[in-house]
Ligand binder design. Sequence first.
Ligand code: MOS
Length: 745
Amino acid sequence: MFNAKLPEPSLDRVDGRLKVTGTATYSAEYPLENLAHAVLVTSTIAKGRITGLDFKLAESVPGVLAVISHLNSPGVPGYPPVKQPAERAPIGTALRVFYDDFVYFSGQPVAVVVAQTLEQARHAASLAQVNYQTEKHQTDFEANVSKAAVALSVQRNKTSPFQDYDRGNPDAIKTADVKLESTYVFPTQHHQPLEPHAIIAVWETDDKLTIYDKNQGVKSAQGNLASAFKLPRENVQVNSPFIGGAFGSGIRVWPHTIAAVLAAKKVKRPVKLVLGRELMQMSVGSRPFTVQKIAIGASSDGKLTAITHEGIGQTSTYEEHLERTILATRAMYACPNVSTRYRLLNLDVNTPTWMRGPGDATGMFALESALDEMAHELKIDPLEFRIRNHADTDPERNLPWSAKTLKECYRTGAERFGWDKRTSEPRSMQANGLLVGYGMASSLYGFHRHPSKAKAVMRTDGSVVMQSATMDIGPGTGTAMTQIAAKMLGVSPNKIRFDLGDSSLPDAPGQNGSATITSVGSAVHVACEALKKKLLTLAAAMPNSPLANSRFEDITAKTGRIFPTANPSASISYADILKYHQLPQVEVTEESKPGPERDQYSMYSFGCHFVEVQVNPLTDEVRVSRVVTCADVGKIINYKTARSQSIGGIVGGIGMALMEESVMDHRFGRYINTDFAGYHIPVHADIPQIEVYYVDQPDVYVNPIGSKGLGEIAIVGVAAAVANAVFHATGKRVRQLPITVDKLV
Ligand code: MOS
């Protein structure tokens, strides 16, 4: 059941060769004719008004085609007219690009320079003069925390999951046998994927727009631009076939996208705009700075009796970003008394956004650290403590789990890791002069499935084309979908082509929430099933057909042929079916969507991580020396791509635990570590051997293929497992990430 090696099926990435040979074309790489280049001019203050723009020098640079600001923007028809006098945007307004003179955060686009070449545009942008009337900004979370409040959107929505929540007795914490209370601080983090955000915008005609764009959802980008520019959806074409990582920063349309589209409109040429690392950190969202207070109560025999969890997340002054920070705490453990509170703090920063495992990664750092602290206090093994408090049914919704094999994850992880060799006292394990620590944490991630369509086409040569407007930001979507289609149709994977990342294809959700295999994979599954049925009907109508009376359940498809399962020699090839009927192709488009099972079962992915750290007792340098992870995510479609997702998530989790932090200089309200020299992420030398295991049992209630989300649960809990291991190694509990040397000295 558990798999150390890669068992079948593990198809190689269908686009692997394209990617490693540099022949996959990314958004900035389309060599369009007459392409002009755009560079943003961004605000240097965090709050205030633009009082003057002087572009004379910038405009005099050879090759400059236009300098566009709120004073001469061609305008976004979807924006309301600017009020007179102009007013700050009310909460709930996406930043309006080149709209009025308000500045909401440092790094906000205030103008864009378009030129023949990138060098000319960059030089001209450096000469653009912007004068401001500066207002006092507030960017310091801790200095402003008393202003945190219930989000307006939550106040207006009584059924919001972010409403104050009390299960059982909210005062139970006061009478717990053992009680601990701690505050956990999570810094701002930025996605910084390998490929920066990039767009080429082309107005084909006055009312037809094409973009080549880095994003996580071609359909949502299409819809957003169609409404911004008041165009029929089909007049906006979004091409995003290859994405070099995104982690959530590509879920929404950001101001630079609108800026590029406006620039192309103004100069009547295709315009390319690529964000540099600095603007990647300042203008496309972040994981929000978050402070959490957890009080946890337990009986002396190791049962959780009460948990209160308060989370305060940072947001901008013009939008509310809410994430699941406190939600996992309601579902994770069997605890009768649970209270959660969620608040937002509006600051003069760019709006945060989802970042891998949004909310859960933040919340589970706090909860799983608190569990470890309590286990230590009770002198119970941390794994045993979690097993004692395992939730056999969902304690929040009072529903059975659709499937849950977390206890098997615990068993496998512990066994493969050698958890039984852990001696309980901190600082009790050493090797080669280094302090050794063992830590573990549980992991949980909600289940998301969205209506999705897929088209399946059988062609005369027996090859198959599949199409869906889904995405691949890195996990290997086309590969997994090819496998699902190959299995259903009995066609070799190398005869299947899967098209994605194109807004003209059948409707599918963007790639987020770990929902692609479950949503789009289900659509591929049902589309191929419908195609096979259609082909069976055609085969049955052929003269002397061996399939004349076969029911769908009684046939098998293999190597491009179908036959009665009881009589494999009486097969007909797909190619012959099309040839006989003189059809150029046979196609179906099918939709798959969730049903009533969502109200009958509670659906989550689960897992756990076991981490070994080695800490140098002289320098306090922490190195992660071993990780074993086991996930319960239903059926594994492709072990190779799944394992790669798990490893990627753990690498992200190690970065979160030990390195990643966007540092703001509050005098200027501006991030200062805006490159990879300052914003640290793990490199190969920081990453040890990572062992990945899956329970690999289909969850029969979630969808027809039995798979649940994997991409995000991979990161959830990792930082806590590292922090817990650091405590075990050193006896020091670090509650503020990242765990840098200064916090251990
Ligand atoms: Mo993920 S944060 O849903 O890209």
